[in-house]
Design a protein around this ligand. Structure first.
Ligand SMILES: Nc1ncnc2c1ncn2[C@@H]1O[C@H](COP(=O)(O)OP(=O)(O)OP(=O)(O)O)[C@@H](O)[C@H]1O
Length: 227
């Protein structure tokens, strides 16, 4: 499989507040993620992991620098175009699943596909396939509250990749799970990434999980450095 840089951060700056209370979180951060790789982002609390993921995932604008997705510079894009890139190229997983409580597992995974214009039939077929792949096909009709924490996260991962993005960004996806379940959920995530060739950047405090990833990076003085 040909390896491409699918996500690139160049000189990314992110500051919060003004004047004396101004907090500089990212100070010229550079980072590149290549298709097919899984990278751990391991850094102490408050150093800017979520900030980095939000900027990389086009959820926040950087105060300086550039975010390039699959070769396309995103900072100059209109909000509409950024949203379109985010929907088609980025999947996001949070520590808490953020699934829609009134919808079933299958419907939650169908949702981003319906928003992207797929028919119900197509979206449902892909959602069912992803649930099977995550080994929770038998829970398709259940709502999030009826699922275990590990099952909820597997649905959230399936939803994140439903539109076949290039990049999966995950912010502490197993932070809420016991160690065995964390490994089980990571197994599923890893299989999905390996099979589809997408790239993943995963913030985690779990050093055992981080050790299973291809590369580990951290944030030091507002910059991304290899661990
Ligand atoms: N919207 C905001 N306004 C002001 N400060 C913010 C904002 N968002 C984040 N911060 C601050 O930026 C710093 C980095 O936050 P961030 O959430 O990126 O850290 P983190 O490394 O993900 O931490 P954790 O591991 O605890 O989740 C923190 O000091 C946080 O308080």
């Amino acid at each position: 499989m040909k390896r491409n840089v699918v996500l690139q951060l160049t000189g990314v700056e992110r500051h919060y507040g003004q004047g004396e209370t101004r907090l500089s979180i990212l100070k010229g951060a550079d980072f590149a993620l290549t298709s097919g790789e899984i990278v751990a982002l391991v850094a102490p609390s408050g150093t800017g992991k979520s900030t980095l993921l939000h900027v990389a995932g086009l959820l926040e604008h950087p105060d300086g620098g550039e975010v390039t997705i699959n070769g396309h510079a995103c900072e100059g894009l209109s909000d509409e175009k950024r949203t379109a890139v985010r929907r088609s190229e980025i999947g996001f997983v949070y520590q808490f699943h953020h699934l829609l409580p009134e919808f079933s597992a299958l419907e939650n995974i169908m949702m981003p596909q319906l928003i992207s214009g797929l028919s119900k039939k197509e979206a449902s077929a892909r959602a069912a396939q992803l649930l099977d792949y995550m080994r929770i096909g038998h829970r398709a009709e259940h709502r999030p509250a009826e699922l275990s924490g590990g099952e909820q996260q597997r649905v959230a991962i399936a939803r994140a990749v439903a539109n076949a993005p290039l990049v999966l960004l995950a912010d502490e996806p197993t932070g809420n799970l016991d160690p065995d379940t964390a490994h089980y959920v990571f197994d599923a995530l890893e299989a999905l990434v390996r099979q589809s060739g997408l790239a993943a950047l995963i913030a985690t405090h779990n050093h055992e999980l981080a050790a299973r990833m291809d590369r580990r990076v951290t944030i030091q003085d507002g910059k991304v450095v290899e661990f």
